[in-house]
Write a protein that binds this ligand. Structure first.
Ligand SMILES: [Zn+2]
Length: 324
């Protein structure tokens, strides 16, 4: 009788386990694909054409393009969830760009507009033959381990913006874009300083600044004298420590505007003028500074943080859940 019960238990376990194991293996093939039945039309900005892809396959190319593959697995997983959320939000028509750049597709491959996207072949030229297989496996894991998961806030799919390096503290959406978003507030970003490029210097002569501002802005009446005496003053800082507004010459600029006009890495900058009349900008971090800092995410992962913990740190009050 005991033997019969044992046989029955084994039989029941097999019935339960075999479909489970099969369904796990079906997500991944021996090739480079993760199959999920959601398609997305993408505007391939370099080839100038529309490409339709499986959503999860598209995400492989986004994670590869947007985050260094040498980063920790949990940081890559966090990136995969942020990238998926971004894509799903646009598939649903949320947070759509109003500039009409690609009216027939919800998303494009231009990193300065939507999210970057690179194929395995393109990335192998960056990574080299030796690392490609190892790195691509990490990218695949990031998409597979988080399959179907998105970042939500009060049941709504979020707009999970991210950037390279916050320079030690992130910026709020209200400081950078003028609209408060409850999950995009300023938080500490402890590990940003581990990036080799987190602290950068750039110099300009007064003439170079005049030229950049008049040619990039349409402010033909902009003036900054060669002596610059009393002509540079930071008026207000953001909650994240960036420059919110600054007087430069005869104009007052928002920090974000001056960053764009001068091509600065971030709005976290300090200005000094040397004896030769050269202006030195010392910037901290890289990018708009809102949402997840990728270097900060990697630091949290290095210290044992899971991708959920990383996302919960950078996006205030969110819940990661399956979108179906
Ligand atoms: Zn776009």
């Amino acid at each position: 009788m005991k033997k019969l019960v044992t046989v029955q238990i084994v039989f029941i376990l097999m019935i339960v386990l075999i479909p489970f194991l099969l369904s796990k293996s079906c997500h991944t093939t021996s090739e480079d694909k993760v199959y999920v039945d959601v398609k997305i039309k993408v505007w391939a900005h370099e080839a100038q054409k529309v490409v339709e892809m499986d959503l999860e396959d598209y995400l492989l190319g986004v994670v590869a393009a947007e985050m260094p593959a040498a980063f920790e697995q949990e940081a890559l997983n966090a990136q995969a969830v942020a990238a998926r959320t971004y894509a799903v939000a646009r598939l649903k028509g949320l947070y759509v760009a109003k500039d009409g750049y690609h009216p027939d597709t919800p998303i494009c491959t231009d990193p300065s507009h939507c999210q970057g996207y690179k194929t395995k072949e393109q990335m192998s030229e960056v990574w080299g033959k030796f690392s490609t297989s190892r790195y691509w496996k990490k990218i695949q894991s990031s998409v597979e381990e988080t399959i179907g998961q998105v970042i939500t806030y009060k049941e709504e799919i979020t707009n999970p913006v991210y950037h390279s390096n916050a320079g030690g503290i992130t910026e709020s959406a209200s400081d950078v874009w003028g609209t408060p978003v409850p999950y995009l507030v300023s938080v500490m970003s402890k590990g940003d300083s581990i990036s080799p490029v987190w602290d950068q210097k750039v110099t300009f002569t007064p003439g170079e600044i005049r030229q950049k501002i008049t040619s990039n802005s349409g402010y033909s009446d902009f003036n900054l004298s060669d002596r610059m005496e009393g002509e540079i003053e930071t008026i207000e800082h953001t909650s994240g420590g960036g420059v919110k507004s600054i007087r430069l010459g005869n104009k007052i600029f928002e920090g974000t505007e001056l960053r764009r006009l001068l091509g600065l890495k971030s709005t976290k900058f300090e200005i000094s003028i040397d004896k030769k009349g050269i202006i030195h900008f010392r910037t901290k971090g890289s990018g708009h500074g809102v949402g997840m800092s990728q270097w900060g995410a990697n630091y949290l992962a290095l210290n044992g943080g899971t991708y959920i913990e990383i996302l919960e740190h950078y996006y205030n009050g969110i819940i990661v859940k399956s979108y179906r």
